[in-house]
Design a protein around this ligand. Sequence first.
Ligand code: B12
Ligand code: SF4
Length: 566
Amino acid sequence: MMCTKVTLICLTDEVYSIGPRRISSQLKRNAFEVQLIFLQAKSFWGQIKERFSSHYDESDLSESTYRELMSLCADSIVVGLSVWTHNADRAALITRRLQQSLHCPIIWGGIHPTCFPLQSLETAEGICLGEGDISFLRLAEALRDGRDYRTTPGFWFRDGIGIIKNPAQPLVQDLDELPFMDFEYEDHFVNEGGTFRQMNLRLMKKYYGAKLEMMLSHGCPYKCTFCSNDQLIELDQGYRKFRKHSVDFFLAELHYILARYPHIYNLIIDDDAFMFLPLKLIQEFAARYKKEFPNLPFFVSGIIPASITREKFRVLMDAGMIKTRVGIQSGNRRIMREVFVRPLHEEKLVEGSEIAHENRKRLAPIQYDLIVDNPWEHPDELKDTVRLVHRLRRPYTFALNSLRLLPGTTIFHMGEQAGFTRPDQNIMPASYEQFIPNMLNLTLAFYNITRAPEFWIRYILKRDFGQRTVTMKRFPRIGFLISFAGMLKKSCHNLIRGDISLWPRPLDQWCGRLFVGRTASPCSSPTSIGSAYKHALPRRNQENARVVTPDIAQEHAAVGGSALQV
Ligand code: B12
Ligand code: SF4
């Protein structure tokens, strides 16, 4: 019998994994047998530890974990690892070990090999650049059919001392050609304390939690120096363009997911620039969402200030949007123009905050992202950020992200030239939330508790803090108190509006049950998926596996949902 087994390994700390789930579905709908392995998903304490630690755990797996991993991967025609930069070192350790025992190709895909192709090829035999939905399927088909897989578009391969650079795989223009994400979780495995367990509802609650991450569109018109988006645009200008799913597809996928896993209380829309979508599309989305998912509050996590309009805000709030996240980064024009290469839309920000203020009874505080601890920044420039923040209307929360020069990004190269990077320093942080507790940063963080008083603002704006923000005097104890009080206030304030996104798993389930009320079981029946989008569904590995197992049936009955059968 022809072997069609493919193994995909995810190394992120949660199991959202939009990309790997999509690749898995793509293979399954083309009759491959796929297993998705979540190698280092964090439990409750793991998440807490990570929030407070400065670096990711890069230690190797234990011998017994390796033994189990090898036996899971046995007989695969290919093993693919999804690699992000913060777990590249660990991915290298694992790959080398797998290479000793497995005879199939071990391939890397994801944002890290896309940004660092040559470095990744020092370990992996082949790498996928950019999106892998079509190219990985073509590679698996070649392996299954015994053809030369090293000519597959979208891949580079190591070949003796040379490198085979195949042409790029054209981007999928119509995202509706892609499948739904694979939520056939019975085919997935999760590493629980060194032992691989087959995923079930209990483990989904523990590792997936109560927030569902999805994307309606891909693409961003900007090229901020600190973001990996500019690498993608270098690879293919097409990444700059918006590509989107139809509303119909997006909602059908949501129906499918909730029918498989109904324990969701918040939807997080992860698009990079959601509000840039045309008003007509947003209106269509809002009208249908409100009708089909009245119990599922959603959070739009990527809003570029230039895209804010009163009408889009109104329409989305009416549909159940309870929270937004807006990137400010800095209030200083030079920092924005020369360091981050991103426009500053001060008036749009103020307008957005006015709209949020008017709707404060329905909306959780807007989350504004700020980038601090910037080695290029003079304290007077950070004072401009304080001035801007002081102009915004409540309610708001601020995420003070400490600027890290992410390897591979433009800002990393700028930092190398300016002497701000050190080869011996690991600069991938586990948490961006740990910032330097200097007086200006603490003033900004104080807004998470309440608005800073006028006398204080006058005082710090007058005061001389030296030449660079990163060398300003630090106040760690006061910093801890302000950060802790701010975190507590924002977690509670958000909860009251039904936003559970700040709560770690599994507390998010409990908070959801208490503050959102019902799970997100769709109010209309998902039967339409069966016909219109049957082609987008992943097939379970065993032919007869799509029967409703007793645990699913029970859970569905409990939440009033309907189990999906095709
Ligand atoms: C959603 C998201 C999150 C979510 C969910 C993460 C998850 N596990 O899915 C959350 C909020 C949790 C998150 C957290 C973080 N994120 Co984030 N996140 C994103 C975001 C916005 C979308 C990712 C996504 O799903 N894209 C859509 C899918 C379809 O694309 P994809 O994942 O790239 O997959 C495709 C290809 O890469 C390829 N592929 C992927 N895997 C494989 C495997 C094989 C074998 C093959 C062949 C191909 C392949 O094919 C896929 C399908 O086409 C991106 C920005 C972006 N627009 O991509 C940042 C991004 C991925 N995040 C980033 C970072 C830095 C982080 C954090 C480290 C930040 C932090 N310190 O807290 C954490 C790390 C998470 C963790 N702790 O492990 C960076 C990564 C940069 C890098 N070089 O690694 C990005 C690119 C943003 C940026 N700043 O540039 N993130
Ligand atoms: S706007 Fe956001 S997604 Fe777009 S390039 Fe800048 S940081 Fe990246």
